[in-house]
Design a protein around this ligand. Structure first.
Ligand code: CAA
Length: 283
């Protein structure tokens, strides 16, 4: 199978990043979301990134224009009829994802592969709402997508080997490093990362140290590029809480209980960088 056209569903931080690396890899890309203003915002973020690359000299102005010319904006899921490969990157909500996959299954040709960028939800369950579970797979990119090398590829229970192979090849074409992981809550990345972030939040909650001190310990002591609380703000505290809940419910183990302070911040609307306030204040 020869992939020419990719549709990315969800034009937020992750979706626009995925659309950018897909277009940079030479694919025709539909960037889809429910409202025109959302896809336009996604395109503006991509344009800004590419302009910065031109200024730094890592790409030419012609390359930037060529990448942009491969991007098409869409607010209609039915456009997926032209796609060979779809990557869903909408909010972490099983009901919304299954609704989208069920619709995609209706409109896409039989050869189309349906991938989800979910950060923790079961691929097997998403696949089960389609009549093509063998062509459904997890393709978990990291934020910021244009910079981070990893793509965690998650096989659902019924994912076909050829679909896995093609997804791995596609990731490499996007200049990413694919790593194969089985379908368990949080996969590997978030099963290891989120309890660390949650524990850092417990350190704030219990008064062990200030957010600044905790971040400094992890940056200077463990060589992490960002401290765990800065990273939590960057990912979004609502997303962090959601993933902890998936781990807690999925394993039924109290070691994954979300910190009450994380719940409180999310209830207050302190969602991190995107809302202007989390563990830190952003202007
Ligand atoms: N989009 C595109 N490029 C970006 C970017 C963005 N949002 N942010 C930074 N960059 C680029 C910069 O342009 C710069 O490029 P050059 O080297 O070519 O100049 C490079 O990244 C480094 O940026 P900076 O010098 O500004 O800053 P930095 O050295 O502190 O790096 C960082 C920024 C790459 C984000 C780094 O801090 C980092 O690696 N942080 C940790 C990120 C991380 O852990 N991500 C995973 C989150 S978990 C997740 O995504 C999974 C999930 O399911 C929740």
């Amino acid at each position: 199978m020869n992939v020419q056209t990719i549709m990315v569903i969800g034009a937020g931080q992750m979706g626009s990043g995925i659309a950018q690396v897909s277009a940079q890899a030479g694919f025709r890309v539909y960037l889809n979301d429910i409202k025109q203003e959302f896809v336009e915002r996604g395109l503006a973020a991509i344009t800004k990134n590419l302009t910065r690359n031109v200024e730094k000299g890592s790409i030419s102005e012609e390359e930037k224009q060529a990448v942009l010319s491969r991007l098409m904006l869409s607010t209609d899921l039915a456009d997926a009829k032209d796609a060979d490969f779809v990557i869903e990157a909408v909010t972490e909500n099983m009901a919304i994802k299954t609704q989208i996959f069920s619709k995609l299954d209706e409109v896409c040709p039989p050869h189309t592969i349906l991938a989800s960028n979910t950060s923790s939800l079961p691929i097997t369950e998403i696949a089960a709402v389609t009549k093509r579970p063998e062509r459904v797979i997890g393709m978990h990119f990291m934020n910021p997508v244009p910079v981070m090398k990893l793509v965690e590829i998650i096989r659902g229970l019924q994912t076909a080997d050829e679909v896995y192979q093609l997804t791995e090849d596609l990731s490499k074409q996007m200049k990413k490093v694919p790593v194969s992981v089985n379908d368990f809550p949080g996969f590997v990345s978030n099963r290891v990362l989120m309890p660390m972030i949650n524990e850092a939040i417990y350190c704030v909650y219990e008064g062990v140290a200030t957010p600044e001190a905790i971040d400094e310990v992890m940056k200077l002591g463990m060589n992490h590029p960002m401290g765990p609380l800065t990273l939590a703000d960057f990912i979004g505290l609502d997303t962090c809480l959601y993933i902890m809940e998936v781990l807690h419910e999925g394993f039924g183990d109290s070691k994954y209980r979300p910190c009450p302070l994380l719940r409180k911040y999310v209830k207050a609307g302190w969602l991190g960088k995107k809302s202007g306030r989390g563990f830190y204040v952003y202007n």
